[in-house]
Structure formats: structure tokens, C-alpha cells
Unconditional design. Sequence first.
Length: 89
Amino acid sequence: MEADRVVSAIREWEVTEKEVGEGGWFRMLGIFLMRKSEESFERDLKSVREEIKNGDVENALGILTHVREELSKARKCGVGMVLGAVVGS
């Protein structure tokens, strides 16, 4: 069963890494507005990889959940800023 969790964590990491790499205009704007950087997400993904290597799948999944939540929040923040500017003009 542990092997299944490791494989699941690796797949989740790959999907999240792709999400970070693709960025997108709204997400990039949101990351900027949240005073974060793409590098911070990349550091988190590196930590996930290390946690998986060390066998701490629970911690790896926790970090991945946090990263995905932050990416979602950044996208919403970017969209909100653009929509606010459009509606406000």
C-alpha cells in the first residue's frame, strides 16, 4: 500500500510542477499581487521531491496541497484584479 501512496504523490508532484511551469497570465499577476514568486513554488516542489525520496509521503502531500491552494488563490487574485479594473473603468 505504501508504494501506491508514493506513486500517487509522484503523480501529484508532476501535475503540480506542470501547473507551476505553465503559469498563465492571471496566475502570474496573482503571484505578484500576493508578493510571492515562482521561485518559492519551485522551492516547495523541490522540498516535495526530497520528502518523497526520504519516504515522508504524508509531508510531501501536505506541501503539494498547500502549493495547489496557493496557485488557485493566485489565479483567483489575478482574475479578480483584471475584472475589477474592467468593471471599474
